[in-house]
Design a protein around this ligand. Structure first.
Ligand SMILES: Cc1cc2nc3c(=O)[nH]c(=O)nc-3n(C[C@H](O)[C@H](O)[C@H](O)COP(=O)(O)OP(=O)(O)OC[C@H]3O[C@@H](n4cnc5c(N)ncnc54)[C@H](O)[C@@H]3O)c2cc1C
Length: 527
């Protein structure tokens, strides 16, 4: 801990990380493992409620890779549902077997029919499934782990000043009425959008092209029944997974609702919507706005009729964000502080984890080297480019929320890129998928960007059908998950045969794929 000098807390560190969400704590642990002297500074205190809960195969793989590479064995079990529940039953989480989408027309009642459903499995069975992180437990665990590893941690700190006297950074503020001064050679900002450094350095904002202004409103609830028990969706035959054990998305013109269930009986739910929709419903009113929205969506009105909010509703009046700068001479914003697009498709965690991996490599190899600033600029450029790629995708999805067949096809661009990237990394070939959404892939990247731009202008059914065909063509060379199989009618299971057939797309033999599946714990599903 910083030493007490008179009425002041003060000390010198290699790295100061500001913000102890999962990302700040994880980066602090990695830096500590790399032999740096690290302090983690938090405005609030743990446990605390924070949003951003749903993980994905790529985010869990990145978490596992970081835990392995930087010798953080206590974190590894948290990268899968089965090992999480077995190792840390005291930390709540939710089972996420896939992504469920249901399209709603205003006032439409009765079960949601198959053509208004999109179910994309992310794992073949529960043991290796993804999770929803109950952030209050998850983040508290991570910050305690960081402290066990030797990271100094100061909570309840009110930072007021960032100065750079003589090449070092001085952070000054107060804690419980006492002045605190921290000196560090490098500062990482993990305080989220429009966070500490953004304000302290007046970094400015840039627009996200082709992305509408959006807002969010959300809370945590108890007593939310499951859609499958309500018979809310038509289910003929065997769905790829139980529809509620997923990140459940309810899509309507102008916005969408998420519903995520946790093992402790809590359900997270909220809405992200364009300003037009949010202003019409008056999101700033909180709970009454949520009620007004549910009145327009009979299936959800029924699902939440017995629900009780256990947290005050929170309203974010400006959801999307892009910082005009990402790094300086001796500071960096994590991707989660450098920008945010939307919760749709759970892109926040993988973007942040990719950024943590890149910064960790810079700390590992380039300490004090001449290439340090070049590496930091490269990190900044990649962070911004990945944010823009995400915004192109989600912007196109927003533009087509009223046209579900187009929305469903466009979302396959995400699923194809994500499953390809996961497979390439699991095969030890990360160079095949070095960027998020494969945005710098020589063929898929530009093809995807063109389609997403075109998707902003779709008016007629003919244009919609042509775009859908083009999406299927674009994903074909990278599709390792059978997403191009139209006979599946929007229900996509994880089928090992798809991966085996597509082995050549990831430069692998069938034998390599089988070995990879064994390593990843697919076996129970194969037998
Ligand atoms: C509505 C919504 C839903 C989302 N859903 C998902 C999802 O399902 N999946 C997904 O992948 N991503 C999601 N995201 C994105 C996700 O929330 C972020 O990627 C993730 O939380 C980033 O984690 P973090 O640790 O960087 O930041 P945070 O979790 O925001 O933590 C920041 C920490 O910094 C502290 N802090 C803030 N200011 C200061 C200061 N001045 N001094 C010191 N400390 C400070 C805060 O108290 C907090 O503890 C969502 C985002 C939103 C807004």
């Amino acid at each position: 801990m910083p030493r007490l000098r008179g009425a002041e807390l003060s000390d010198r560190y290699d790295i100061a990380v500001i913000g102890s969400g999962f990302a700040g704590s994880l980066l602090a642990m990695i830096a500590q493992r790399l032999g740096r002297q690290v302090i983690l500074l938090e405005r609030g205190t743990h446990p605390r409620v924070v949003i951003g809960e749903s993980s994905t195969p790529l985010s869990n793989l990145l978490l596992e890779e970081l835990a392995t590479r930087y010798d953080l064995p206590n974190l590894r079990p948290l990268s899968k549902w089965g090992s999480w529940r077995a190792t840390h039953p005291e930390l709540s989480c939710g089972l996420k077997r896939g992504f469920s989408f249901f399209h709603h027309l205003p006032g439409q009642s009765g079960p949601i029919v198959r053509e208004n459903q999109l179910l994309v499995a992310a794992s073949p069975h529960n043991a290796i499934a993804d999770t929803h992180w109950y952030r209050s437990d998850f983040d508290h665990f991570l910050v305690r782990e960081a402290q066990h590893l030797g990271v100094d941690y100061l909570d309840l700190i009110d930072l007021r000043e960032f100065a750079e006297p003589g090449g070092e950074i001085r952070l000054a503020g107060t804690r419980n009425g006492q002045s605190v001064t921290i000196t560090a050679r490098f500062v990482v900002d993990a305080t989220g959008p429009r966070g500490f450094l953004h304000r302290a350095l007046n970094l400015g904002e840039r627009a996200l092209p082709d992305f509408p202004a959006t807002q969010a409103l959300y809370s945590h609830f108890r007593s939310v029944p499951r859609l499958d028990e309500m018979g809310a969706a038509t289910v003929e035959g065997e769905p790829p997974y139980t529809i509620d054990d997923a990140a459940v998305h309810h899509i309507f013109d102008g916005g969408w609702i998420w519903v995520l269930r946790f093992s402790n009986g809590i359900t997270s739910a909220g809405v992200a919507a364009t300003d037009e929709t949010a202003d019409k419903l008056k999101f700033a009113d909180g709970a009454p706005a949520w009620e007004r929205l549910l009145q327009q969506l009979p299936v959800l009105r029924e699902q939440f009729s017995t629900a009780e909010a256990v947290q005050p509703f929170r309203h974010i009046s400006q959801l999307a964000f892009r910082s005009a700068s990402v790094t300086g001479h001796n500071w960096a914003l994590l991707p989660s502080a450098a920008g945010f697009v939307d919760p749709l498709l759970s892109t926040g965690f993988p973007l942040t984890l990719l950024g943590i991996a890149r910064l960790a490599e810079i700390f590992e190899h380039d300490r004090g080297s001449e290439s340090f600033s070049t590496q930091l600029s490269d990190y900044a450029a990649k962070t911004d480019a990945e944010l823009l790629a995400t915004s192109r995708l989600i912007g196109a999805l927003y533009a087509n929320m009223a046209k579900f067949p187009v929305f469903a096809a466009l979302s396959l661009l995400y699923f194809a890129a994500a499953s390809y990237a996961e497979t390439a990394r699991r095969l030890g070939k990360p160079h095949l998928a070095s960027s998020f959404l494969l945005h710098d892939h020589p063929q898929f990247g530009p093809a995807c960007a063109r389609l997403l731009q075109h998707a902003q202008t779709i008016r007629s059914n003919r244009e919609a059908e042509a775009l859908i065909e083009d999406v299927f063509c674009a994903i074909e060379p990278i599709d390792v998950a059978g997403l191009g199989n139209r006979a599946r009618h929007n229900w996509y299971p994880v089928d090992v045969e798809d991966l085996l057939r597509a082995a050549y797309k990831v430069d692998a033999s069938r034998e390599e794929i089988v070995q990879m599946l064994d390593r990843c714990g697919f076996r129970p599903a194969i037998l």
